[in-house]
Design a protein around this ligand. Structure first.
Ligand SMILES: *[C@@H]1O[C@H](CO)[C@@H](O)[C@H](O)[C@H]1NC(C)=O
Ligand SMILES: *[C@@H]1O[C@H](CO)[C@@H](O)[C@H](O)[C@H]1NC(C)=O
Ligand SMILES: *[C@@H]1O[C@H](CO)[C@@H](O)[C@H](O)[C@H]1NC(C)=O
Length: 194
């Protein structure tokens, strides 16, 4: 791998031929992990359910349920009050890495038992990139990401992911109140755009 890393520096074009297929790096159907925001200092439990195409971020202040079918995010505060708004670009999430992901290389971690991590760049749109470090347990097909950086016009966000499990303890975490009006910013936006 050290050789490979060196080789990458000197011959990136030649190496591309051996790059793994990004679309084979997929999260499990359901997963839960603890995330630490290295830029925002938030700590949250994130559960992702691709059977419903939803993910939820739970903090002490409340939860944010994002529906990838509609690109709407529901914000439920600690009192249970709900507002909704469009999914922010920083909410970009797909089960498998998209085909246009650029393989940046493989690194390994561990003094005794080495684990391989793959680095990827996802060009989400013309002004947004997501950079990820993925981990696939030997002999397993599912992957998850350890580190994710979003570079978007709204700013940069870096999160560190730990304690991943391929399950969701309580699916009611995705429930949102029946009454959930547009957030103030979103309703203003609606008014301005009509
Ligand atoms: C995250 O989940 C763990 C384990 O279920 C729990 O102990 C912790 O309180 C949760 N943290 C938040 C912010 O919800
Ligand atoms: C949601 O956003 C994604 C990524 O930007 C886009 O591909 C998809 O078409 C959007 N879906 C809807 C229903 O707007
Ligand atoms: C995204 O990555 C590409 C390729 O490295 C780079 O040219 C571009 O400036 C990046 N854009 C942002 C917004 O980070």
């Amino acid at each position: 791998m050290q050789f490979l890393a060196l080789f990458l520096l000197v011959a990136p074009v030649a190496y591309t031929l051996a790059a793994p297929d990004p679309t084979t790096f997929c999260l499990p159907e359901k997963s839960t992990a603890l995330i630490f925001g290295l830029t925002s200092h938030i700590q949250a439990n994130v559960s992702i359910d691709f059977t419903q195409n939803k993910f939820v971020t739970v903090t002490a202040q409340g939860k944010r349920v994002s529906d990838l079918n509609t690109n709407i995010t529901y914000l439920v505060d600690a009192t249970g009050a709900c507002t909704k708004e469009p999914l922010p670009v920083l909410g970009y999430m797909t089960r498998c890495l998209p085909a246009n992901s650029v393989f940046l290389g493989t690194v390994f971690e561990g003094f005794v038992n080495k684990v391989n991590l793959n680095a990827w760049l996802i060009p989400v749109n013309k002004d947004t990139n997501v950079t990820l470090l993925t981990y696939t347990e030997p002999g397993q097909t599912d992957s998850y990401f350890l580190l994710r950086r979003d570079d978007a016009p709204q700013g940069q966000r870096i999160i560190f992911v730990s304690n991943p499990v391929a399950s969701i303890a309580d699916s009611s975490v995705f429930n949102v109140p029946a009454v959930c009006p547009d957030s103030l910013a979103f309703s203003l936006f609606h008014k301005l755009s009509v």
